[in-house]
Design a protein around this ligand. Structure first.
Ligand code: BT5
Length: 260
């Protein structure tokens, strides 16, 4: 299926500002790098950077994001949210909801979310979100929302993640037009962002999609493994585990490490 172009993205785009400015690249180190550079140069809110290939696509803590050329949606969006830096997990929740809604609207597949930033289909990872913010003093100057979504990823091509990952095409048993998913995502991202900017917390709807709530989980933290019941995730994004001895272990995104 065809390459994404700025022209095809702008055609049939039903948004006010998200995706109105588009930078379409064949190859880039990471769309987040390109978007951060544009944001520092003053690019407007909603600017979209999308690439067919990343040579250094990344997740959190320098983990690799794997995506064979043309298989996925690899994109970054620039926002200038009126949130304090401690409010960034809310933008992460809003973005997770937007990706979930876009997948459901364009494919009908049910989507769950895994703390802090995974997009799940049938319990497997189909996408991830990486938010990087530029600060100006104590305030957020810009936040880049990076989204990787396995659209037509053939798992046979990526043995490193085949056991834990899936893609829209794998679950549907057919190829999926990336442009349709992208248009839907740009719409849902704008909707969720405007709700957030209007003061509406995404927390309740995000928790409703949260995987593993009430289950025993094990989390690798810098101070060792924490095991317990996933009791809740607070508005500020902190995950609360109930240990066997009854005490609580609050874990924030910054505390969280994961192998692989
Ligand atoms: C994430 O990190 O899940 C955030 C990924 C964000 C990627 C987008 S692509 C566009 C933008 N530009 C970038 O450079 N990044 C963003 P994390 O939670 O740290 O998960 C990373 C882990 O997911 C890896 O260590 C692998 O185990 C696994 N993984 C890598 N590629 C995957 C894929 N395509 N599908 C499923 N899992 C994958």
């Amino acid at each position: 299926m065809g390459q994404l172009t700025a022209e095809s993205i702008r055609r049939e785009l039903h948004t006010e500002f998200v995706g109105r400015q588009v930078v379409c690249l064949d190859s880039v180190s990471s769309t987040n790098d390109a978007a951060k550079r544009l944001a520092r140069e003053g690019a407007p809110e909603g600017t979209l950077v999308v690439a067919e290939e990343q040579t250094a696509g990344r997740g959190r803590q320098r983990r690799k994001w794997i995506a064979p050329v043309g298989s996925s949606l690899l994109l970054s969006l620039i926002f200038r949210p009126s949130l304090p830096p401690a409010g960034l997990p809310q933008l992460l929740m809003a973005s997770g909801l937007a990706v979930a809604e876009a997948i459901e609207d364009s494919t009908g597949l049910p989507v769950r979310l895994k703390w802090p930033n995974d997009i799940l289909l049938v319990g497997k990872k189909a996408g991830g979100i990486l938010i990087e913010a530029g600060l100006s003093g104590e305030a957020i100057d810009h936040a880049v929302v990076g989204i990787g979504l396995n659209v037509n990823l053939d798992l046979a091509q990526v043995p490193e993640i085949a056991a834990s990952a899936t893609s829209l095409s794998t679950e549907l048993g057919r190829r999926v037009p990336r442009l349709r998913v992208l248009h839907s995502l740009l719409r849902s991202m704008e909707r969720e962002y405007l709700l957030l900017q209007g003061g509406e917390s995404p927390h309740g709807r995000w928790v409703a999609r949260l995987d593993q709530l009430g289950h025993e989980v094990e989390i690798n933290t810098p101070w060792g493994k924490e095991r317990g019941l996933l009791e809740r995730v607070n508005e500020d994004g902190a995950l609360i585990l109930r240990r066997q001895d009854g005490t609580e272990a609050p874990i924030t995104v910054g505390d969280f490490t994961r192998e692989g």
